[in-house]
Design a protein around this ligand. Sequence first.
Ligand code: GLY
Length: 354
Amino acid sequence: MDTLNRRTFLAASAASVPFLSAMSSASSRASQPGPSRPLAISSRNGTPAVKRTMELLRGGADPLEAIVAGITLVEDDPNDMSVGYGGLPNEQGVVELDASVMHGRNHKAGAVAALQSIRNPAQVALEVLRRTDHVLLVGEGALAFAKAVGFKPQNLLTDQAREAWLRWKQQLNPRDDWLDKDQQVDTKPARSGGGGPPPHIPFTHGTIHCSAVDANGDLGACTSTSGLSYKLPGRVGDSPIIGAGMFVDNEVGSAGATGRGEAVIQSCGAFQAIQHMADGDDPTEACLRVLKWIAEHTKRHDLLNDRGEPNFNVIMYALRKDGAYGSAAMRKGSSFTVHDGTQARHEPCASLFE
Ligand code: GLY
């Protein structure tokens, strides 16, 4: 998959100041105290998840079971509109969830995609891993499986997410039958003031990824999401695709992705990151190398800014078997969460572009 060897890659990158600054921040991290285990990393929204994961790991839990218990907390949070209960719906107002899990020691994966009515898709993915010879169940089949193994269907669309979806619908194309905000008939009593900026419409590619390694060096990973907000029904992102939104090789490490799923699927992002670590990259270098590959393979003009760089974000996360970790985003300003056994904290992601 990777057509660049390490020497060519580094030579080609020499002209890229942002990339070099990210690489030097990666090497300065290398002079800090060495890697420790157990350790968990996650996307920025994963503080409760890494705390729970570490609690369970310290008690001797299996890394994947610990991670899924942690991610359940975020899936249950109605205020995280990118994951689980309260996630933003598809264009028809229906919440469709994607999740995948992978167990390092057994090298077995499980995943569900376009799952409706079940608030904890990571737990369902874990049951796919445990109870079936399959890896990925989708749509109605995933829901039937979830019900069969005891999950209770419920309405996942919170008032907050429904109102965001309605505001999005109000701003659709001029030929539909939804009135724009300024066309709507106001039947409420007249108020003084009014006007002001148009309402903010939440929009997300948001996702939670968590990777963890236990004291023995065994790894696990999970990625869970409500996917691209207002997506076409049935759209599946990278999160439930093994090798894209998440991958584990117990001999090497664990990796995951958040952000524009289409770009991560078309780059096999997590699998690439693991291969780069297997070739000797440290975790941050591995993440940056995936992002560079995505940038070089983004051809559509509508996805590029005027400098020819992707105008979307992808964040890669990587955890090596020895506990070394890293994360990188397309551009500056993103952060991720780490728990090294002492506390959960946010650290800045390296970046490919300024
Ligand atoms: N990365 C989440 C998605 O695109 O669905």
